[in-house]
Design a protein. Structure first.
Length: 447
């Protein structure tokens, strides 16, 4: 029996973190080409132009497979532009998964729309079988999020949207370049938007982008936050926009900084190749831990033509009942100690469920005296929140963020998981002791 490192046993990293391990985890990969592209922007003072951004938009649209792309200063703005593109407005309802980052959907409140949250399944992905119960005559759209890189079930979601005549926006911030049955994510809905900020798989500083095949949606997305591009060069078909040339119609400025567009152009060139290596590495890691009780890797079956893109924030569904009720937080701390090096290699949980946040319960954006989420609604959509407890109850831990294929270290990471599972009963004694004294779980550090 191995004594777990969190209880004083030997960790895998005994001294400094080896440089090959640092290389394996480092992201994004920046080389001289990125540096030169950035320097050109700095030297030419061309941050605020659009020439580089236009090139990036064209290349990105070609790569993802849509007719149009519009870059924005960040993903949050690009998602707001997508909402404007579909014509989201006062009194509309929009269905969104409850497990996502706030920027997938919080902007709906400023459009006067009501967010109706849907449950997630075990892969923490929007449960398509939970959507129809949420539809009302006011439902305008579904916000689909390919959460932590796992592609949503687009066949089912698009069929529901078609049946009920709903628009679909895809938030691809966690899955740029990912595939669903042989087609890129972001090309299924009416419009898609995504973050390309520095922590993402597609990392280009601070940037966002909207993609669509629909000219009118493109024009609306463009006009929302670009006063300098709301003109005859871009807006030609949307008659409702034409009288308002030279204004940003959302009253916001969302222009992309060309420093980021320049980086994005270089990143795009190598992106698919780099993601393929990430998938090789992460799939090997998941193969090694797949048989462990209580753990189920959050990954799609690649034989269907789908994939997890760059495995952004890759996760593992966690079932404490298979490990004598050991909480995911304790499990994660024990794995971190087992690997060693004083790093938080993994964490427990993912984003909290949005419907539990006070913002979606009480926040009154325009001081109307009513919570904004329901201020213009014909029903109190919050009454459905209790049906979302199933999502709150789901537990998960993250996987180590492996970015390069290094067989030896991947095996060591997997061994750390295995050590904790095989010896988890050592932690249960500690938990009991802590409980007796009214203390915290052993190893819990308020993550
Ligand atoms: C799912 C999701 N949507 C939207 C965003 C917002 O993107 P940004 O930070 O670029 O504004 C993020 C996070 O950054 C995200 O994780």
């Amino acid at each position: 029996m191995k004594k777990l490192a969190i209880l004083g046993g030997e960790p895998i990293i005994k001294n400094e973190i080896p440089s090959e391990l640092q290389t394996m985890m480092k992201w994004p990969i920046i080389n001289e080409e990125d540096e030169q592209a950035a320097l050109d922007v700095i030297r030419n003072n061309s941050y605020s132009g659009v020439d580089i951004t236009e090139k990036f938009e064209k290349e990105f649209a070609e790569w993802i497979g849509t007719n149009y792309a519009v870059a924005y200063c960040n993903g949050t703005m690009s998602l707001a532009a997508a909402m404007f593109a579909i014509g989201l407005c006062k009194g509309d309802e929009i269905i969104c998964t409850t497990k996502t980052y706030w920027a997938s959907i919080a902007q709906a409140s400023t459009f006067g729309a009501s967010v109706v949250f849907a449950n997630v399944n075990d892969m923490l992905s929007m449960d398509p079988d939970d959507i129809e119960r949420l539809i009302s005559p006011k439902t305008k759209a579904i916000m689909v999020v390919h959460y932590i890189s796992y592609p949503c079930d687009m066949d089912k979601i698009m069929a529901i949207a078609k049946k009920h005549n709903l628009k679909v926006i895809e938030d691809v911030s966690h899955a740029q370049g990912g595939m669903y049955k042989g087609k890129r994510l972001g090309t299924f809905g009416d419009v898609a938007a995504m973050s390309l900020m520095s922590a993402k798989s597609f990392a280009a500083g601070e940037l966002g982008i909207v993609v669509t095949n629909d000219k009118r949606m493109y024009e609306r997305a463009m006009a929302y936050g670009h006063y300098d591009r709301n003109n005859e060069n871009y807006i030609t078909e949307s008659e409702e926009l034409i009288p308002y040339y030279n204004m940003a119609l959302g009253g916001v400025k969302g222009r992309a900084n060309q420093l980021c567009s320049a980086l994005a152009r270089v990143q795009l060139k190598y992106y698919d190749e780099r993601c393929a290596e990430i998938r090789k590495a992460m799939n090997y890691f998941f193969d090694l831990i797949e048989d462990l009780p209580g753990l189920k890797p959050i990954r799609v079956d690649e034989s269907t033509g789908s994939n997890n893109a760059g495995f952004y924030c890759a996760g593992v569904a966690y079932y404490p009942e298979a490990l004598h009720g050991l909480p995911a937080s304790v499990f994660a701390n024990a794995v971190n100690a087992e690997i060693g090096g004083g790093q938080k290699w993994i964490s427990f949980g993912a984003n909290y469920c949005l419907h539990t946040h006070e913002f979606f319960q009480t926040f009154d954006f325009d001081q109307s005296g009513k919570p904004s989420r329901i201020a213009n609604a014909s029903r109190d959509v919050r009454q459905f929140d209790e049906a979302l407890q199933a999502s709150v109850d789901k537990q998960s831990v993250s996987a180590p963020r492996i970015r390069r294929y290094n067989k030896e270290w991947i095996e060591k990471f997997a061994q750390a998981f295995r050590n904790v599972v095989d010896n988890h009963e050592q932690l249960l004694y500690s938990i009991d002791d802590e409980e007796k004294t009214g203390g915290r779980w052993f190893g819990f550090d308020n993550q």
